[in-house]
Design a protein around this ligand. Structure first.
Ligand SMILES: NC(=O)c1ccc[n+]([C@@H]2O[C@H](COP(=O)([O-])OP(=O)(O)OC[C@H]3O[C@@H](n4cnc5c(N)ncnc54)[C@H](OP(=O)(O)O)[C@@H]3O)[C@@H](O)[C@H]2O)c1
Length: 272
């Protein structure tokens, strides 16, 4: 058993993909869970899966793409016990030219990927101020944080925000009982791509895809180790290192080649 046993984690975006895999990984380490996302049935499914580990799991459906939802979520989650681990994982992107997407989707993206993440981080840090007990903040960014990405301009910019914010926070928190870790996954096999209207990728993007389980496990290990930033997978590490060596316009051109063209259909942003 790891030293996380008995702690309690709030995991956003826990209904599928990387968030559900992080929830499973934490439960296997004896961590009690608060699972949140929009789809209650999917959250209940994850809660049922982790029940075998004997941890207490609370499910709180919330739409973090709307203002005020993060605060209500935090108050509801912390009313039944302290939150020792905050995993800000919920996020989405669309793979389309900025001009081809309606403004409401931009606003939801900024609210979910940035504003709600900041708000939850603020509430978490404030709740731990001056306390000696260990606390962990884990924010999920993307390798898109390392460069501009055509057809994902706003998404990549939101992840650059998450990376810079979390790394700055990590340095501020040095020497305290809190740590902040930023994880920058590359392509991961989840529902993200279909929802984004993406997936017409080059062979290298497909070949370097990782499973949600391996990304989740590497993320939790980085968090336990109090790491500042972690990029899962060798190809992803090399790509993030490589973009520093070429002009930014070249990196952007390469991203366009690797990610291919948008799929014809951009699914509606509705809860299934
Ligand atoms: N997959 C990749 O290749 C990849 C690469 C780099 C970074 N990431 C990042 O990894 C994180 C997890 O994505 P994923 O790949 O696991 O995709 P996913 O399977 O689509 O999971 C996204 C999660 O976010 C939740 N979510 C979406 N909109 C929400 C909203 N408005 N309010 C609350 N929750 C919402 C979804 O649940 P509901 O639909 O139930 O709300 C779901 O649980 C995201 O931040 C993503 O940007 C993914």
């Amino acid at each position: 058993m790891s030293d996380l046993t008995g702690l309690r984690a709030l995991v956003t975006g826990a209904s599928s993909g990387i968030g559900a895999a992080i929830a499973r990984d934490l439960a296997a380490r004896g961590v009690h869970l608060v699972l949140t996302a929009r789809r209650r049935d999917a959250l209940d499914g994850v809660a049922g899966e982790v029940s075998a580990h004997g941890v207490r799991t609370d499910v709180i459906p919330a739409d973090l793409g709307t203002a005020a939802a993060a605060r209500v979520l935090w108050l509801t989650a912390s009313a039944t016990g302290p939150i020792d681990i905050l995993v800000n994982n919920a996020g989405f992107g669309y793979f389309r030219a900025f001009s081809a997407v309606e403004r409401t989707r931009d606003l939801e993206l900024v609210q979910l990927n940035i504003t709600s993440l900041v708000e939850l981080s603020r509430l978490f840090v404030d709740a731990h101020a001056g306390k000696p007990s260990r606390g962990y903040l884990l924010n999920i960014a993307s390798i898109g944080a390392y460069q501009s990405v055509p057809n994902m301009a706003l998404y990549a910019a939101s992840k650059a925000f998450v990376r810079n914010f979390t790394e700055g926070l990590h340095d501020e928190l040095r020497g305290t009982a809190l740590s902040a870790t930023c994880v920058c996954p590359g392509g991961t096999r989840t529902a993200f791509h279909a929802a984004a209207g993406a997936g017409n990728y080059s062979w290298i993007a497909n070949a370097s895809m990782m499973s949600a389980e391996s990304v989740a496990n590497a993320s939790v290990r980085a968090m336990i180790g109090g790491k500042r930033t972690m990029i899962p997978g060798l190809v992803n590490k090399l790509s993030c290192f490589g973009v520093r060596l070429v002009p930014r316009a070249v990196a952007s051109w390469l991203a366009r080649r690797v990610l291919g063209t948008p799929m014809r259909e951009l699914p509606a942003r509705t809860v299934a």
